[in-house]
Design a protein around this ligand. Sequence first.
Ligand code: FES
Length: 113
Amino acid sequence: ETAVDLGPADALKAGQSRLFTYRDKDDRCILLRTAEGELKAYRQTCTHLGCAVRFNGGQLECPCHNGFFECGHGFPVQGPPTRPLSGIALDVKPDGTLWAVGDLPKPGQAKEA
Ligand code: FES
């Protein structure tokens, strides 16, 4: 799997986000820390028509047609999108760095063996 160093795991405060690229420079993703303090990462590509979603501190929102996704699993909660965002697996190393380490299985699907 592709592993990408995202820097110190404690860099983001709750409600903050930043962008990164994962598999190549066009694989645009967003790293965020939820209000509950969890780190999550998703591809920015909206599952409606592909605009870039952004984090508003509580939800991921798509400006194109006012689509909204919850940030725990990327499920659509409002607007036209019907499928969840593509999630990126994260890992914190013993030295405190955060890494993007793979694609999460789609929520609701069994993890492949
Ligand atoms: Fe995101 Fe339409 S492209 S809501």
